[in-house]
Design a protein around this ligand. Sequence first.
Ligand SMILES: Nc1nc2c(ncn2[C@@H]2O[C@H](COP(=O)(O)OP(=O)(O)OP(=O)(O)O)[C@@H](O)[C@H]2O)c(=O)[nH]1
Length: 395
Amino acid sequence: MGRRPEHGGLRCHSAVFIYTLCYKLPTRWSVQPGDRENTAVWFLYISLSDPFSSEVKPRILLMGLRRSGKSSIQKVVFHKMSPNETLFLESTNKICREDVSNSSFVSFQIWDFPGQIDFFDPTFDYEMIFRGTGALIFVIDSQDDYVEALSRLHLTVTRAYKVNPNINFEVFIHKVDGLSDDHKIEKQRDIHKRANDDLVDAALERIHLSFYLTSIYDHSIFEAFSKVVQKLIPQLPTLENLLNIFISNSGIEKAFLFDVVSKIYIATDSSPVDMQTYELCCDMIDVVIDISCIYGLTSEEAGIPYDKESMAIIHLNNTTVMYLKEVTKFLALVCFLREESFERKGLIDYNFHCFRKAIQEVFDVRLKVQKSRKLLSQRRWSKQAAANGTPSLPC
Ligand SMILES: Nc1nc2c(ncn2[C@@H]2O[C@H](COP(=O)(O)OP(=O)(O)OP(=O)(O)O)[C@@H](O)[C@H]2O)c(=O)[nH]1
């Protein structure tokens, strides 16, 4: 089994892989007339232009100056591109939209913007874009001079806030892999101060900016994205609560609920997250997915060798056990616990069973809400159609 030096000589002396997984990478789409021959794109186009579409997917915008690393972030997090391959990415020259719907909880659109957006260009309808936005990620290249980036950040944030004050503003101080730890902190402090000073000068101090130090060359980008996505999950407090109850009754030290495709953790218990623990979870998911892809699925049509008992166990050499269990098709629970606690595996499994059931109930409530919204919009549509004398759309 591969050993990563940064984990201090981690030794996995026993691993069980009965885990099988079927996962889909997000479908890239961009609503261009020429693209409609592409079935996947066409399908998404239809589903998003569906007037009865009950689900309003939160929109995450990736903005920033040219070459700041926006497309690389999207490719590494959602397309499993290796960081080195991003060196060959071409500059983005139109807005690229992508639908990420791995599970009922992780469901949003990512809009990757070309470097220089001209807010004064009449063809750029920024009001429409910001109105449906949940989070705006502004990427600043920390290895470059960031004076221009800061003024762009200010312009973008103030414009967006005027249109939609509910947007979460997230600033990624990116490419920090080239900086020493001291330098990173210094940069973050400086950028934080200047950005907030600009807002105070404009009497807009009520705008809250969150800052993250990120790099595609380590797990920091996944962690930052996890936090951005978590803010868009309305069920987050419920999920955290369920995790707290689960770990306190099972002798578990830490538990994460992961979206296995993107390695974004959508919830964790309320104890603090330590970066190394998070990295270990990501590595475990990678191993499980790799093994599953190679040995788990033979072909798409052959059905899914998918088992509710699917799981993975790794005993670390420091008397800690990592325990991964499938929660839903796209969600996995990864736990850390002491070997002594793992002796009560029966209890853990029973509690896990209750936890999974509770998660299912949260899903079901969400589905019910979506259904009733859909019904409501269907009725409204029919009423409008009747008033206009146009035939109503089929259900
Ligand atoms: N060192 C380092 N380089 C990075 C990182 N992220 C991206 N890059 C590099 O930055 C360069 C520009 O990346 P892109 O993703 O194309 O930047 P962009 O913001 O999408 O650029 P435009 O499409 O022109 O707006 C590439 O050569 C990437 O390899 C990072 O975390 N660290």
